[in-house]
Ligand binder design. Structure first.
Ligand code: MLT
Length: 393
């Protein structure tokens, strides 16, 4: 056999696996250390009661022959697609239900969507960036160009007309920096993509953290996006589905190239390689959009937003520069004393038993930065803030 040697061009292990191993090793050598994890952006609150009820009811349906479901539509059940359609409609974004595809989360589809694009395409990603965009393209052997996201541009790079890219990844609110594009910023990208016959892969997984009504929550709020963008979103951060798995991808019918419809291609790809998300999970996801569901997830989101405020206030008091924390569950801070991010990781773990994510894991521009997440337990987050003050004050 001949193997895909592109795997030799990616790190041996995925960033969050590396961190998990390091923390486990520290725990073994320091038994009983009161470790607080603000590293991977994993939720800590349980699923909303309305979601649990819907899933229990769906399970009962599965236990009766008359209502039992076998294979479902690969692109998702209509009841969930319609609920998502209405969710966008409330923000005056008019989608066709056939443009909505239910997935098992944004991460899978952000990688899987690459099936639609030639390996010759040039991919443009910001640095720092969610490692999945880089690793999936590297595995496929695509050429990647990096654009600098840094303090000077507030970690929100804008298009450079001298650079020709075919596939562009944008994430807003951004993982890892927490920075959020305004309408003008996204419009600049949409115009660039339409002029250059490029596609924007827009990761909106953190849109539910946007509180400022002037900030766009979807790329489809921007005129012209229907002909150049695909959006990925997820119930993971919105409704605590990191372990339950459900998301959606929007591939506009107007997105065409060389006489081919990307929507049709994606449908073909999904019907071939995917058998859909479990009925029970889709029922739970649909319940998120009920009035009660919206109230219940708002409560959980408020809990995480309060954690973000606690961490932001701490960094303010310490005089540490950061982005995010507002309209985002992530805080991206500058490591004190010009420390490298892995050194700061070790320092925090050793001296305060705190786990965060070293910025270098997201790219070279993250080398002096560090990410904290607001998805932790409330008391643990407060305790972490206290430890940070004590250590760095
Ligand atoms: C993160 O910590 O960056 C996220 O949890 C990763 C993900 O959503 O896959």
């Amino acid at each position: 056999m001949n193997l895909n040697t592109n795997f030799q061009n990616i790190a041996d292990s995925y960033l969050f696996s590396t961190i998990a191993h390091k923390v486990a090793a520290f725990g073994e050598s320091h038994p009983g250390a009161p470790i607080i994890r603000l590293g991977i952006g994993d939720v800590t609150l349980p699923l909303a009661p309305v979601v649990i009820e819907a899933m229990q009811q769906a399970l009962c349906e599965m236990s009766v022959q008359k209502s039992f479901k076998g294979y479902g539509p690969e692109q998702g059940y209509l009841f969930l697609k319609e609920a998502i359609h209405n969710y966008y409609g409330e923000r005056k974004i008019c989608l066709n239900v056939d443009e909505i595809f239910i997935s098992d989360g944004a991460k899978s589809d952000l990688g899987n969507i690459l099936d639609l694009f030639s390996v010759d395409n040039t991919v443009l990603v910001p640095d720092p960036v969610y490692p999945v965009y880089v690793d999936t393209n590297t595995m496929a052997g695509r050429k990647i160009l990096f654009m600098d996201a840094n303090e000077d541009n507030g970690f929100l790079p804008l298009p450079d007309p001298s650079i020709k890219a075919d596939v562009i990844y944008l994430c807003s609110p951004n993982n890892p920096t927490g920075a959020v594009y305004d309408r003008a910023g996204l419009k600049a990208w949409v115009d660039y993509a339409n002029e250059n016959h490029a596609v924007i892969l827009f990761d909106a997984a953190y849109e539910c953290f946007i509180e400022d009504e002037n900030l766009p929550r979807s790329i489809f709020e921007i005129e012209g996006a229907q002909t150049c963008a695909i959006e990925f979103c997820s119930f993971s951060k919105m409704a605590g589905f990191t372990g339950t798995r459900c998301g959606w991808t929007i591939v506009p019918l107007a997105l065409q190239s060389e006489g081919m419809s990307l929507n049709k291609m994606w449908l073909r790809r999904q019907t071939t390689k995917f058998n859909g998300v479990p009925y029970v999970v889709q029922k739970g996801a649909a319940a998120v959009f009920s009035a009660q569901g919206q109230r219940q997830i708002e409560e959980s989101l408020a809990y995480y937003k309060e954690n973000a405020q606690v961490l932001a206030r701490t960094l303010d008091e310490l005089g540490i520069w950061y982005t995010g924390g507002k309209n985002s569950p992530y805080l991206w801070l500058k490591c004190p004393n010009d420390m490298d991010s892995w050194d700061f990781f070790d320092y925090l773990l050793e001296k305060a038993n705190l786990v965060g994510t070293p910025g270098a894991g997201f790219g070279k521009n993250g080398n002096k930065f560090f990410r904290l997440t607001a998805f932790g337990d409330k008391a643990a987050t407060r305790e972490a803030a206290g430890r940070l003050k004590k250590l760095l004050g």
